[in-house]
Write a protein of this length. Sequence first.
Length: 333
Amino acid sequence: MSFNAYAARERGGALEPFDYDADPLGADDVEIEITHCGICHSDVHLVDDDWGISRYPLVPGHEIVGVVKAKGDDAEVEIGARVGVGWQRGSCGECEWCERDEENVCPDMRATCVDGYGGFADRIRIDGRFVLPIPERISSEAAGPLFCGGVTVFAPALRWMIDAKTKVGVVGVGGLGHLALQFSRAMGCETTAFSSTPAKEEEARGFGADRFVVSTDAGEMKSARNLVDFLLVTASADIDWRAHLAALRPNGVMCVVGAPPSPICLPAGAYHVGQKTVTGSAIGSPRAIRETLQFAADHGVRPQTELYPFEEADRALARTRANEARYRVVLGR
Ligand code: NAP
Ligand code: ZN
């Protein structure tokens, strides 16, 4: 069976129509007819091979929403169900991490657009363990970004036991960041947005920021010292790590989920003073995605989206690459 997708054929290449023959449907697999797919900055990194893991032709798209059209005998979803898929398409299913609902850190983690073709397409076949139903209250246009961007910012908040007493900072008001601000507000946290784009202030406050700091302004960063307990870095570009670590209060945690190009360089003393932790986080397990969807449904957390037809995938991706998206581009049909 032939699926119709959009692929980059080389590093940084334009997205062009690309048809491929789907693998046979395995016993655990699900076939989804895709209606929507969000564009994450990781799709840009993949098309540009920023991480040296890309394989071409590369079909991006890992915030996939659609309807189940077919399934193998062992797949636990229903034909006709509205479902989604995120960054992960597979894992070993047997290791200690898979067994305790931490498939996202399985050493054999398989990525939707690296170990197969992604969601800029009319259909996809994928392991049903990573296909999850969407709560009725969340529209198909809004659901996709919760499967990658949403869980990536919500899962670390659960892991680090963020509660209403935690002062939260979010670095980068993009696809991930604008969702993080909403989750943080819904959790009752005093929230500060750190952004390199002053024009985003009003909208950032609308998403949940009580305070807005221009992260490229040395004076503003100086006045933001000792401000937050948990700093979630979603920026896709290099930032002044030292100045951002200084925004942490004693015993604070900086959790990096963005993928800036350069190594994170900090002098040891920056960790010593105030005993700070610098850590990272990778997407979220299927269980964490379920929790993200439920929390978002219950608290009205939704991406602010710009809808483009699939045929304009290349133009749409360019908006994300140029930091022009406000705040998540979604392809839809
Ligand atoms: P995005 O929508 O493009 O947002 C990234 C934000 O980074 C921008 O909106 C911008 O915010 C900030 N930024 C861009 N250029 C900057 C610069 N020169 N200096 C400082 N800040 C800058 O991207 P996204 O989809 O949210 O993804 C963000 C990052 O997270 C990407 O690197 C992506 O690959 C990564 N990611 C990681 C995971 C994971 O599991 N760890 C999952 C998904 C995505 P301001 O304009 O407010 O500064
Ligand atoms: Zn992503």
